[in-house]
Write a protein that binds this ligand. Structure first.
Ligand code: PHE
Length: 348
């Protein structure tokens, strides 16, 4: 009888070991220790033994049963451990691998340049004004003394909004002059910068470009003030105190007199050629670069906003930012600004 018990024990242990799922263990438990199980058969046959044997064999049988129950329990927890090991094998991560740095954005060259200009003008007492990019025809043209038949209104240049007959994508930052003067009294000293739009596209023109507008209105403002402000700004932004300016007569309906502002070429310093004698390509050997439109605010414009042109005078200017950035950082195609290629943007 003892041998039968030993045999049953070792059989069950072998089976348990082979059981590789919870249900397989359960089957082994039922087969050996269940109510109809093999172990119970032995227990039942105990009654045929003598009292002494019954005691000895009964004790062994009970102990063995307990042992086997514990072995089954142990197999359950082993299996749990194996499962966790498998998960750990499959899903392990190496926490010592250096992390991947997320690509962090970078300030755009044009935004940076605008900030730099803002600082320069702030030091000269200018504050920042703002206006909408979708602008009323009234502000973009009429109030600026731009008559209905002015070429700037031509379909070639202006983006008109289809369903809003009186709206355009602003073609210049000059309407901010009007908006500001309508709501403020002199003295005025503001800059306004941002996106402007014209139907134009080549290596140096894009349908969206950036301008910075300047406006100063007070008593006794003259061209001398305009010249001083433009020269200061150019010397500071190009970090070159040898830069000179010149003013050429030009026409903008909202200024009188109107002019183009040129500065000496920051590469050849106005010589038209480099120290080595090589012709300067940036200014095409002329020594000057066109930087801005400017002029004294037209008396009609002052009247349009309710100012007395006999009392107040002022100057205004509009600078093409993209072109200045191209000059300062020697960027040879406007497209580079808008492609958002980090290889380009990260250089600055
Ligand atoms: N708004 C003009 C342009 O876009 C530039 C300008 C501004 C000229 C202010 C004179 C005074 O061409």
């Amino acid at each position: 009888m003892q041998e039968k018990i030993q045999k049953l024990k070792s059989d069950m242990l072998v089976n348990l070991k082979a059981a590789s799922s919870e249900s397989a263990i359960k089957d082994v438990e039922v087969k050996y220790l269940g109510r109809q199980g093999l172990f119970n058969d032995i227990m039942k046959s105990l009654k045929d033994l003598s009292d002494d044997d019954k005691r000895i064999v009964g004790k062994l049988a009970n102990e063995t049963k307990k042992e086997l129950e514990a072995a089954a329990e142990k197999r359950y927890s082993e299996l749990e451990g194996e499962k966790l090991d498998a998960i750990a094998d499959e899903e392990w991560i190496d926490v010592t691998v250096p992390g991947k740095k997320p690509a962090v954005g970078h300030r755009h060259l044009i935004s940076k340049f605008i900030d730099d200009l803002e600082m320069i003008f702030a030091k000269m007492g200018f504050s920042v004004a703002d206006g909408p990019e979708v602008e009323l025809e009234h502000y973009n043209f009429n109030q600026l003394n731009i008559p209905d038949d002015h070429p700037a209104r031509d379909m070639q240049d202006t983006f008109w909004l289809k369903d809003l007959k009186k709206h355009v994508l602003r073609t210049q930052t000059s309407p901010v002059q009007i908006r500001h003067m309508e709501t403020h009294e002199p003295p005025i000293r503001i800059i306004a910068m941002g996106k402007t739009f014209r139907k134009d596209s080549d290596a140096t023109h894009s349908p969206m470009f950036h301008q910075i507008e300047g406006l100063m209105v007070d008593e006794n403002i003259s061209m001398a003030n305009l010249k001083a402000v433009m020269t200061q700004m150019l010397q500071q932004i190009f970090e070159d105190t040898s830069i000179k300016t010149r003013f050429r007569v030009s026409y903008f309906p909202f200024v009188e007199p109107g002019m183009e502002v040129d500065c000496t070429c920051p590469i050849c310093h106005g010589d038209g050629k480099l120290d080595t004698g090589v012709p300067c390509r940036l200014c095409k050997q002329c020594g000057w670069l066109e930087i801005a439109g400017a002029g004294m605010v037209h008396p009609q414009v002052l009247e349009n906003v309710g100012y007395d042109p006999k009392k107040y005078t002022g100057f205004a200017f509009g600078i093409g930012i993209d072109r200045m950035v191209m000059i300062k950082y020697r960027v040879n195609h406007l497209r580079l600004f808008f492609e958002n290629d980090l290889r380009f943007i990260n250089q600055f």
